[in-house]
Every structure is written in C-alpha cells, then in structure tokens.
Design a binder for this molecule. Structure first.
Ligand code: GDP
Ligand code: MN
Length: 373
C-alpha cells in the first residue's frame, strides 16, 4: 500500500528534500559495512510498508558497525504488525533538538490537496493527530509559501525562522505528491538540529496507484471495479468492514481504526458522488464483505461535501432493506443535509454516531466485545 521508507526517501531526495545519508542492507554484514562507511552513530530501521515502527521497536540507534550488525540481526525477520522486514535502512544519526510534522494529502471535501503541519512530530502524532493543522492547497496554485505560513498560524510553538525553513520542505513534499499522484506524502518526523537545519528522518509515500490497482487475486477489488469504485482487501483475517468515500478520508479512517486496535478488512472508496441513485455499489460492498469469515461489524463513514448526504443515506437505507446486514452497522453521515439524513436513519431504525472519533470508538468497542465473547 505504501512504499518502503528507503524507496520513499530516494524519491524525496530526487525532489530536493533533505534526508539523512544512508543505504539499505539485506543482512547484518551489509549493515555493518554501511555503518563503517558512514562512521559514527547510525540509525537502523526495519523496512516494512507501514507506520508505527518506532513504537514497535523497529527503529534502533547503534554506536558503531558492530552494534549496527546486531541491530540488523534483531530486526530482520522479526514481524512488525503484519509485515516481516527483509531489509533495514542504515542511516547517519542526526542529532536534533526537535521533531516536527509535515504532510501533503488529499482533501476530499475541498477537492484539493491539503498541507498538514504540526509543531510536535514523531511517534506520538500517530496516536493523537489533534495538534496538526491543515490548510487546503488548490491544484491551481500548487503549494505556495503562504500555505505553510497560514498553517503555522495555528502552531504557536513553531518559531518563525523554522517556519521559513519548512517552506522549501513543504514545497518539495508537494512536488513529490503531485508527481507521484500520491494520496499521502508524510514527513514525520522532520528533525530540526541545534543550528536550525531540517532533515526528513522518515518519509511515507502512499501512491494512488497502490490503492486503486487491485491485486490480480483480489476478487472483491474486481467486483468493485466493475461497479466503478475502489475496494482493496487489506487484511482478510480482520473483522471490521469499511464503507467509506474519498481516497484520503478513507485512508485516514483505515489508519485511525488500526491505531484504535480495530484494523479494517478493507480500504473502500465508494465514490458516493457517482452512485447516481443506484444501490449497486453498496450492495456490492456488503456482499463482498460478507465473504470474510471474521466480519463482525460494518463501519459506514460518508461525508458529502459537494452532493447532498441525504441521497447517499436514502440509498443506504434501501440497501439495508434489500440486504439486511448480519452484523452491527455503525453509521456516520456528514455534510450537506446531515440533519435530514439522520432523520432518515432514525425513521429506518438505524443508529448513528456524529463524529469520526465516535465512529472509531464504537467500532473499537464492538471489536473488543467480539474478542471477549
Ligand atoms: P515510524 O514509527 O514507523 O513512523 O518510524 P520513524 O522513522 O518515524 O521513527 C520513529 C522515531 O525514531 C522518530 O520519531 C525519531 O524520534 C526516531 N528516528 C527515526 N529516524 C531517525 C534518524 O534518522 N535520526 C534520528 N536521530 N532519529 C530518528
Ligand atoms: Mn514516522
């Protein structure tokens, strides 16, 4: 789904982003060799296509070649979440005084890109993204310095000189985002040294193609493609089925659910704007999700920014009548006409939550009840 860190860093370096010196190693001897070439302290990082490595013990510092070899030996083959690393990245350690967060992603509501900026980056942002500010970046202008300064207005902990240092960093991140047609380019952390230099210590690139090109052996993705939307099976052994719209928002929800301990079976961008009064897409998703043995809950999160959410809600109600779900349904509908949409849900006897946080909590609670049962 996302590129490996070292692949993402090569792309980042090519658009002018500062990244630490380093190379990828497939075994401890190679890691030792790279550490010797770099000299001094190094960081040894498991290469898996997922975030959260820091917290999972996948990032080690080593004081020299021998320690680097030992770190590589420990990391290689040891699973991080669902992924087993077959390589490590060995990089020069960058002494720093702070970590900040910079990302460019898709803003489905504004039909544009968005710049995300946080004065405090690092591993904790993944648990609590509330301190990050977002500003839309219109495709017409691309990312301009004022977008960075506007985002920084809501970040009083970012000194002005640092904001100016982050301008070219954000601009380069946007170039990468646009060139790769990515749904997310995330620099977290950007390390800031004592003298104010900035370096992207971690780069995540999630290309749109990686999301929309269904695996050849994913029948659900093929069924979805026939209906004109995107469905990617992420974890067939998971228990939460997802119905959502918009690549960026859907991806965010995948991450939030995973962080809450309830990773979903699938990524879904149902493209609610293109449903055109037909329940076909919803019926298709529900039928596909029913194929997963451990399905125990369905999460529906649809935000209609341009169309009217009542349209989608009517289709949802009709779909539930046609194909009554066999597991709890947790619904959040938001956007134009949300109050009317909620009345429709009430009338149909469907319960709903009002915020993304509530949705995530409700899904996680259902997951826990299932495992306790
Ligand atoms: P993630 O948890 O998968 O996002 O992994 P990261 O690459 O972001 O690493 C987690 C944490 O390790 C970062 O927040 C930093 O504190 C630290 N870290 C990672 N890479 C470097 C590096 O090259 N130099 C230094 N000094 N610290 C690093
Ligand atoms: Mn990171």
């Amino acid at each position: 789904m996302q590129l490996l860190e070292h692949e993402a860093k090569s792309l980042a370096a090519a658009v002018g982003l500062p990244v630490p010196d380093g190379r990828v190693a497939g075994d401890p001897a190679e890691a030792e060799h790279i550490a010797r070439e770099l000299g001094g302290r190094v960081v040894v990082k498991a290469q898996v296509p997922a975030g959260g490595r820091g917290k999972a013990g996948g990032v080690r510092t080593a004081d020299g070649p021998a320690q680097a070899a030992a770190a590589a030996a420990e990391l290689l083959g040891r699973p991080i979440g669902r992924h087993v690393p077959t390589s490590v990245l060995v990089e020069r350690h960058v002494p720093h005084v702070r970590e900040v967060y910079v990302a460019v992603t898709v803003d489905a509501r504004a039909r544009s890109a968005a710049l995300l900026l946080g004065a405090h980056g690092g591993v904790d942002v993944e648990d609590d993204p509330s301190g990050i500010s977002a500003v839309p970046v219109p495709v017409a202008t691309g990312l301009r310095p004022w977008h960075v300064r506007n985002a920084a207005h809501e970040q009083p902990d970012l000194p002005a000189p640092l904001v100016e240092r982050l301008v070219p960093v954000a601009e380069a991140a946007y170039r990468l985002f646009a060139e790769r047609r990515a749904v997310l380019v995330e620099l977290n952390p950007v390390l800031v040294t004592e003298t104010g230099e900035v370096t992207a210590a971690d780069v995540r690139v999630v290309p749109e193609d990686g999301l929309t090109a269904p695996a050849a052996d994913d029948p659900s993705a093929q069924a979805a493609r026939e209906h004109g939307f995107d469905f990617v099976t992420l974890d067939p052994a998971a228990s939460v089925g997802l119905v959502s719209t918009g690549a960026g928002g859907s991806l965010l929800l995948v991450d939030l659910l995973a962080d809450a301990g309830a990773p979903p079976i699938n990524f879904c961008d149902i493209r609610s704007g293109g449903m055109r009064g037909s329940t076909d897409r919803l019926v298709c998703v529900l039928r596909e999700l029913r194929r997963f043995e451990r399905l125990s809950c369905l999460a529906v999160n649809v935000f209609a920014g341009i169309t009217d959410i009542t349209e989608f809600t009517r289709l949802l109600v009709r779909t539930v009548e046609l194909e009554p779900p066999t597991v709890p349904l947790i619904v959040r509908v938001e956007g134009n006409g949300a109050e009317e949409a909620r009345r429709l849900l009430d009338a149909a006897g469907l319960s709903y939550v009002r915020s993304l946080a509530e949705l995530v909590d409700a899904v996680a609670a259902t997951g826990r009840n299932e495992s306790a049962a």
